[in-house]
Design a protein around this ligand. Structure first.
Ligand code: GLP
Length: 249
């Protein structure tokens, strides 16, 4: 197995390790009087990482005052206040429970008019750049091999933009949205290029539901049909797995 693959006995143990690592980045930056620039993900996969970070804030005094976040993606169209927006997800799972400054959190806006999208996306890229780039990017993986919402066909030079969701991705969201017709057809996502520029990346995957795609992402040929394979070319990526998701490796 590659040395950048870590397999934990279960998602709880893996999530705690990842949370400890993120906390160490935040604390290192605090000691230097710097901000920690974190790229964050949504979905079920990172939920326990956020839970552990909230615990560390409440029980160990971990402060998020020096933390700046950029989320990977947001459905389109969707209002930030919608119960299933990624904006709401981040509030419920992390932002409402820690001392992060609201102005330091960034999530693509899902309620823009079409004419506003391009400049919004350019500004999102510029902001990340102005903060000196992402120190760390947390990722999950979709069953299509998407990272963020970079679906099959996304190339290495794509940046933050409006994309059309793959049908498999929409099907995976049916339960959340209570029916396929309610699942948004598009999203705004950071690009593969944006993600690959992060100084460090951790991709998390739990359970055997992800085993097949994890095998392709880690051991398959690098190709745009499975955008997660681009990560093989990142100099500082770790694949954080459990027994289930690593079972096909
Ligand atoms: C969505 C998100 C991805 C996430 C993927 C997997 O499509 N945009 O960032 O990685 O779902 O979701 P889950 O973690 O629920 O399996």
């Amino acid at each position: 197995m590659r040395n950048n693959v870590k397999v934990y006995s279960n998602p709880d143990v893996g999530s705690l390790e990842v949370a400890n690592h993120i906390a160490s980045i935040i604390r290192d930056k605090q000691q230097k009087g710097e901000q920690a620039i974190l790229g964050l993900a949504t979905g079920r996969t990172p939920v326990d990482v956020y839970k552990e970070l909230v615990n560390m804030h409440k029980n160990e005094g971990l402060s998020f005052k020096n933390v700046v976040t950029f989320n990977l993606d947001e459905y389109f169209p969707i209002h930030a206040e919608h119960e299933l927006s990624y904006s709401t997800f981040m509030k419920i799972n992390l932002f409402d429970h820690v001392d992060i400054l609201p102005e330091n959190t960034h999530i693509p806006q899902g309620n823009l008019s079409f004419s506003e999208i391009e400049s919004f996306c350019n500004e999102y890229e510029q902001k990340i750049h102005q903060f000196g780039g992402l120190d760390f990017q947390l990722l999950g993986i979709g069953r299509t091999g998407h990272i963020g919402f970079n679906e099959p066909g996304s190339t290495t030079n794509c940046k933050t933009r409006l994309v059309t969701l793959n049908e498999i991705t929409r099907e995976d969201a049916i339960n959340d949205f209570n029916g396929l017709a309610n699942v948004p057809t598009q999203a705004i996502t950071m690009g593969v290029h944006t993600i690959m520029k992060a100084k460090e990346i951790m991709l998390l995957a739990w359970t055997d539901r992800k085993a097949e795609i994890i095998k392709k992402v880690i051991d398959g040929e690098v190709n745009a049909e499975i955008p997660g394979t681009f990560l093989q070319n990142h100099p500082n990526v770790t694949f954080v797995l459990d027994h289930g998701s690593s079972s096909a490796l």
